[in-house]
Design a protein around this ligand. Sequence first.
Ligand code: ZN
Length: 297
Amino acid sequence: MNGKLITGMTENREVRIYVAQTTDMVEKARNTHDLSPISANALGRTITAAAMMGMMSKIDKEKVTLQIKGSNAIKLMVAIADSHGNVKAYMSDPQAENMYDASGKLDVGTAIGKDGQIIVIKDIGMKEPFLGQCNLVSGEIAEDLAQYFAQSEQQATAVSLGVSFGKDAHVKYAGGFIVQLLPETTEETIAQLEANLKGLAPLTQQFEEGLTIMQIAGQVLAGLGLDELEEYELNYRCDCSREKMEKALISLGKTEIKAIIDEVGEAELVCHFCNQKYHFSELELITMIEDSSAVLS
Ligand code: ZN
């Protein structure tokens, strides 16, 4: 299921922007995990944010994991994105009960709760991964992420994330943007950007009005010019495989696999991200121990 992302800079090279449209991806996540509207809204924001963060990476094999730990109805959301636009996600509470704020909108902030954390792990598959962590500000995710960038990465950032639903609870629009000030941004640029952000309609309303992500980028950076535009495809898909599951099993160790053989006689592993089931027979488990003995012992 495809989404789209554009990235670009202002003409004076002082601000970088990422804008993503992730409607189909969030709808796929909703179907895969059978999400209630508030869960789909919360996970949709997380997926959108992770997709943009994955594309910030210049390193080919880098993976970004975005974790939101909540303190209320939603305890944990995990989205993993790579630098090619692929995102997968799961959450601990797919059927969180819908709650609404005073204006009648789904209250994601309250469902997640303020006493949680946002955790970002960047892994290039080699040395120690980078780990950044920061307390939540509001549980609305966009605000929390802006705070994370300011605190953990010393990067002045504005974030907007939004998910809206059609009458039959399907995802109607989902998307977001991240705007980052580069070092030595002038006061004039900051003032212009602040005025632009203040005047913006909510993101899902902009989609509703038929604006493209390019037009949204143009509005956010109005008066500053838009340059160095690049467009990418985003996908919600899982990269699990039988081979990876087998590796995970082997990593449990010989004793553990032997215990599985003795107690259950077979193993069924379920991928958290896509619910795909992987079945390993007794014979396959025995082969695993034999094949891995050279490596493990
Ligand atoms: Zn999977």
